[in-house]
Ligand binder design. Structure first.
Ligand code: SPV
Ligand code: MG
Length: 290
């Protein structure tokens, strides 16, 4: 089954799919082993991996290279975060060709101007495109895909930009008219009220996607109760978990004057060998090194 079909099938069967943010093939393998339904090739996480702000500094080539490396190590469907589509509708045409060829199941395109500003920054300077211009980008994505199951998800940042629910609803409706398969509605409020209110007001024909990283108490049970959210993306949890673990281990090594204590609290190198699939390399050595 194709990756887009797998993702659609999982949404149909499970009602709600859980998509984990990844920034590397290793984090993708860990997400797959943990039991997630799919992967989020997150722009925020990849930017952070490079030590850069999530402000359109990472190029499409860098993002695609990482996505291909992730796809090579995981069988999970990938939802690609293509930010603003790397420019105008012409750039979107090029991006969709490349991402579909790379085996992506879905793309999320957001209605901000290029270069974008990361969504969760407290005083982020958020500028949105004209509705018609963004409709052109969605229409370009839909017209370019080869596989009709490849999902084009339109993300509105109207709530992030402080424009309110009616603007968000108007934009989401316009994006569905342009052909979007799903609407990602994002909020940086510390409580879920804004998202729950939008979901209750949403009467559109397509389901919603949310990224509950500012309002973490909105768990799967509450999400399901809303009835029209089919995908939850755990954006930024991979890079935050990795940062927490590395900060703690690195600080302890300095404080302890060596690795003698940390050593027993982190995975053994054999676990990394397993994640690197060393067994298959050993088998190949036996077979081919003559
Ligand atoms: C990402 O993970 O890159 C996202 C989600 O787009 S957020 O950072 O919350 O905007
Ligand atoms: Mg992003």
């Amino acid at each position: 089954m194709s990756n887009p079909k797998t993702l659609r099938r999982r949404m149909a069967d499970r009602g709600l799919v859980h998509i984990m943010a990844t920034h590397s093939p290793l984090s993708a393998v860990l997400a797959e082993e943990a039991g997630f339904d799919g992967l989020w090739a997150s722009g925020f996480e990849l930017s952070a991996l490079y030590g850069l702000a999530d402000m359109s500094l990472i190029t499409m080539t860098q993002h695609l290279d990482m996505l291909r490396a992730i796809a090579a190590r995981s069988s999970l469907p990938i939802v690609a975060d293509i930010d603003t589509g790397f420019g105008n509708a012409i750039n979107v045409v090029h991006a969709i060709r490349e991402y579909e060829r790379a085996g992506t199941a879905a793309v999320v395109i957001e209605d901000k101007t290029f270069p974008k500003v990361t969504s969760l920054a407290a005083d982020g300077r958020q500028e949105l495109l004209r509705i018609e211009e963004f409709q052109g980008k969605i229409a370009a994505a839909v017209a370019t895909r080869q596989d009709p199951d490849f999902l084009v998800i339109a993300r509105t940042e109207a709530l992030i930009a402080g424009l309110g629910e009616s603007e968000a609803l108007q934009r989401a409706t316009a994006y569905v008219e342009a052909g979007a398969d799903m609407i990602l509605i994002h909020s940086k409020k510390k409580t879920p009220d804004e998202i729950e209110s939008f979901a209750r007001a949403w009467k559109g024909a397509v389901p919603l996607v949310i990224v509950p990283n500012a309002y973490p108490e909105l768990d799967a049970a509450r999400i399901k109760a809303l009835g029209n959210i089919a995908m939850v993306i755990y954006g930024n949890y991979g890079i935050r978990a990795a940062t927490t673990a590395m900060q703690s281990a690195f600080r302890r090594i300095i404080a302890d004057g060596g690795v003698q204590n940390v050593h027993k609290d982190i995975v053994a190198v054999e676990e990394i060998f397993r994640l690197q699939d060393m067994d298959s390399v050993k088998k190949d050595e036996k077979r081919f090194l003559r």
